[in-house]
Every structure is written in structure tokens, then in C-alpha cells.
Design a protein around this ligand. Structure first.
Ligand code: FE2
Length: 272
């Protein structure tokens, strides 16, 4: 099976590059299943039901989120109804929505578990994500129950994300970080067979500060005063993500490749 993970979609330009390329990438790369992080899609803050539906129509099978999940309030009810969008699994008990789901591939032949967790270093206080993933994987294992397991680990610190990759090595198909919006060059298959990248990067304009207009973002660092509200940079975005080919017998990763299209970053298209 061939999976794609696409990093945090930021604002209008991020949505534009995604909606332009994803339908044809599904074809040209023969993607079986696509996961993307959509928590910055609505003006940089959260995601609306309408945007979520546009992403599904363009070919996203599952949408993950993170710390900005509730910035658009109408996503709360939507998430209760739709299995294809996740909030972090280690949010408090009783939080609406779900942090893990099992979905069928569009051809109906594969079962994919997607888990969304939030890291803790330099983030809000939350339940232990390592204990949370152990609880989730106590009930579901591959290849017994599902054909692949994908974890979006939404966090700031590369150390915590790398530790999670090794913690799950051999138990998941892919552990990928999101939230920092900068694609890291450490995409690899860990010794136990789990594909890993510290951060997938964003779908956004890289002439910016992590997708936001640079002037207002710089102002926040040099003046300890409220300034202009942050808003997404609006020039051409780069689509950032990765693809993983899995071993159908084990669910583990066989091959990985980065994906970067458009905008300012050096392009990367898988040659297989
Ligand atoms: Fe985030």
C-alpha cells in the first residue's frame, strides 16, 4: 500500500496548493490513502466543516489537527459526526470527537488506523502521549487488525518527536511530526521498520514566519506589546509531505520519499 502524509495546511495559499495538486498526485503516485494535518487551514487558526469537506473532495482520507483544533467553533459538532477528522487523543476525557480512527481505503481493500497525539514539551499541559499510544495500541495491532498505523505527533520539540518514533518503532507504519511547519531532512525507516520524520513541514508560503506574514511575526519578537494579529502569508505555497510504501504482510514501511511541490522550497518528487 502507498500512503501519503501532507503537513499542516496554512491559510488560503496552503489550501490552494493542496487543492491544485492533491487530486492529480493521487493519480500520478497511485496513492491508496492520504492523511493531512488541517489545523491551520482557516486563516491560520483551526479548520471549518466546509474546508474539511473540500479536503476530502480533493482526496484526503483523514484530517488530523493539534493545538488549534477548536479555533473555529463549528468544527466541534462536525467532529462528533464525522469519523474522518481527529483531535489529539491525549486531550482530557469527555472532549468531543476522537483521537484515533480506523478507516477503509477508497478501494475498500485496506484498513488504516490513524492516531493524532499532541506532544508536551513547550506545549500545553496534557496527558502523557506515550501512555496514550500504549492504551490505543493495546487493542489494535498490525497486521492482525489493520493494514497500517499512522501517528501524527503534533509537537514543538524534535527530541520528544524522535523519542516517540523510536518508542513505536516496529509497532506503527509511520510516525510523523507536525506543528513546526518546517520539513526536516531526517525522513527514514527506523531499524524496526517504522517510517519516521521529525516534521512533515507545511503547505504554506515559505516567505513567512512558519506560514504567517513575517512583519507581524517579527514585531512580536522585538516588542513586548500587542501588535497586528498574525495572519497567513499569501504568496505561492509549497506543498510539503512524504510518501510511504508499506509491506502488505507486516504493515511496516518498505520505502519512503519526501514530497515538496511549488512555492519556494527545492522540489522533491518520488522517482518510484
Ligand atoms: Fe500546531
Amino acid at each position: 500500500m502507498r500512503l501519503a502524509f501532507i503537513g499542516d495546511v496554512v491559510g488560503r495559499s496552503g489550501r490552494a496548493v493542496l487543492l491544485h495538486h492533491l487530486p492529480r498526485l493521487r493519480e500520478s503516485l497511485a496513492l491508496d490513502f492520504v492523511v493531512l494535518n488541517g489545523e491551520n487551514a482557516a486563516g491560520g487558526f483551526g479548520i471549518t466543516p466546509k474546508i474539511a469537506q473540500e479536503f476530502h473532495d480533493a482526496g484526503a482520507d483523514c484530517i488530523t489537527t493539534g493545538n488549534h483544533v477548536w479555533d473555529q467553533k463549528d468544527i466541534i459538532g462536525y467532529m462528533e459526526r464525522d469519523q474522518r477528522i481527529l483531535r489529539p487523543a491525549n486531550f482530557p476525557d469527555g472532549t468531543p470527537g476522537r483521537g484515533a480512527t480506523i478507516l477503509q481505503s477508497q478501494d475498500g481493500g485496506r484498513q488504516v488506523m490513524i492516531v493524532n497525539l499532541m506532544a508536551r514539551l513547550f506545549m500545553d499541559p496534557l496527558d502523557d502521549p506515550f501512555a496514550a499510544i500504549d492504551r490505543i495500541l493495546a487493542d489494535v495491532a498490525m497486521p492482525r487488525d489493520v493494514d497500517a498505523i499512522v501517528l501524527d505527533f503534533h509537537g514543538e520539540a524534535s527530541s520528544e518527536k524522535m523519542a516517540m518514533g523510536h518508542y513505536l518503532d516496529g509497532r506503527a507504519t509511520l510516525v510523523v511530526g507536525t506543528h513546526t511547519h518546517v520539513p526536516t531532512a531526517d525522513l527514514q525507516i527506523l531499524p524496526g521498520g517504522t517510517a519516521y520524520q521529525t516534521d512533515a513541514g507545511m503547505c504554506g508560503d515559505f516567505d513567512s514566519v512558519i506560514g504567517m506574514k513575517k512583519e507581524a511575526a517579527i514585531h512580536r519578537f522585538i516588542r513586548k506589546m500587542p501588535g497586528e494579529r498574525l495572519s497567513p502569508a499569501e504568496d505561492a505555497a509549497t506543498l510539503c509531505g512524504l510518501i510511504v510504501d508499506t509491506d502488505d504482510r507486516t504493515g511496516l514501511a518498505r520505502r519512503v520519499a519526501p514530497l515538496r511541490i511549488g512555492g519556494r522550497l527545492a522540489p522533491a518528487i518520488p522517482d518510484f
